[in-house]
Design a protein around this ligand. Structure first.
Ligand code: ATP
Length: 216
C-alpha cells in the first residue's frame, strides 16, 4: 500500500514521520487509519496483518502453538482455530503472555522490514499497532496517537462487530493496558466517544497537512 504521490521519490534512510496508532480494542484505530489512507494517501502498516501471518499454516509459530495446546487447536482444514485460541489466552494471562512472546518479535521484524521498504519512497507512514505499549514497540514510531472511547461504547461496538458475549468482550478489554495509561503516554488523544465526523475532524487537526507524504 504505497502512497501514489510518493512513487518516484528519492531514496532516504527512514521516514521522518511515523504515526503510531494504538488504543483499546474496538476503539476506532482502523477507522482512523483507513481515513488516513483514503484521504491523505498514507501507507498504512497494520500489525494485526502480520500477527495473522505469524500463525499461518506451516509457520514455526503455529507448530509451537500445536505443540503447546495439541492438534485440537486446529480446524479440520489444518488452519488455526482462532476462536479456540482466543478462549485460552483471554482467560489466562500466562498463556496470553506465552503467545505474545511468540508473535511480537515476528511482528516487529515485519514492521521494521516494511518500514525500510516504504521509507525509500515515503516520508510519512502510519503503523497501526494495537499493543504498541504492551509489546514495547514505541521506538518504531515518532508520534503516538491513542484512539479512545468510553468503556461502554467499546463494549457495545466490540460485541456488535465481532458477535462476542459481554463476558468475552470484557475479557478482551481487560487483557490490555488500561486506556487511561495509554492516553497518558500519547502524543495525541483522539476522543471517539461521539460521531464518526467528530473523530475525523480531530484526525484532520492532528495530521499536519504540510507533511503529506512527499518525495524526498
Ligand atoms: P480492533 O482493536 O478490534 O482492531 P479498532 O480499534 O480498529 O478495532 P474499528 O474497527 O475502527 O476499531 O471500530 C470498531 C467498530 O466501531 C467498527 O464496527 C466501527 O465501524 C465502529 N465505530 C468506530 N467509530 C465509531 C463511531 N464514532 N461511531 C459509531 N461506530 C463507530
Amino acid at each position: 500500500m504505497l502512497c501514489p504521490e510518493c512513487q518516484g521519490g528519492t531514496m532516504s534512510q527512514s521516514p521522518t514521520r511515523i504515526i503510531g496508532i494504538t488504543g483499546g480494542i474496538g476503539s476506532g484505530k482502523s477507522t482512523v487509519s483507513n481515513y488516513l489512507a483514503d484521504v491523505y494517501k498514507l501507507p498504512v502498516l497494520d500489525a494485526d496483518i502480520y500477527a495473522r501471518l505469524a500463525v499461518q499454516t506451516g509457520s514455526p509459530i503455529l507448530s509451537q502453538i500445536v505443540a503447546r495446546y495439541g492438534s485440537d487447536i486446529l480446524l479440520p482444514s489444518s488452519t488455526l482455530n482462532r476462536r479456540s485460541l482466543g478462549e485460552i489466552v483471554f482467560s489466562s494471562p500466562t498463556e496470553r503472555q506465552w503467545l505474545e512472546q511468540q508473535i511480537h518479535p515476528y511482528v516487529r521484524r515485519c514492521l521494521e522490514t516494511e518500514l525500510k521498504s516504504i521509507s525509500q519512497q515515503c516520508s510519512t507512514a502510519v503503523l497501526v499497532v494495537p499493543l504498541l505499549f504492551e509489546a514495547g514497540m514505541t521506538d518504531l514510531v515518532t508520534e503516538i496517537w491513542v484512539v479512545y472511547c468510553s468503556p461502554t461504547q467499546q463494549l457495545e461496538r466490540l460485541m456488535e462487530r465481532d458477535g462476542l458475549t459481554l463476558e468475552q468482550a470484557q475479557a478482551r478489554i481487560n487483557s490490555q493496558m488500561p486506556i487511561q495509561e495509554k492516553c497518558d503516554r500519547a502524543t495525541v488523544v483522539l476522543d471517539n466517544s461521539s460521531t464518526l465526523e467528530a473523530l475525523l475532524t480531530q484526525v484532520d487537526k492532528a495530521y499536519d497537512i504540510t507533511t503529506v507524504c512527499f518525495p524526498r
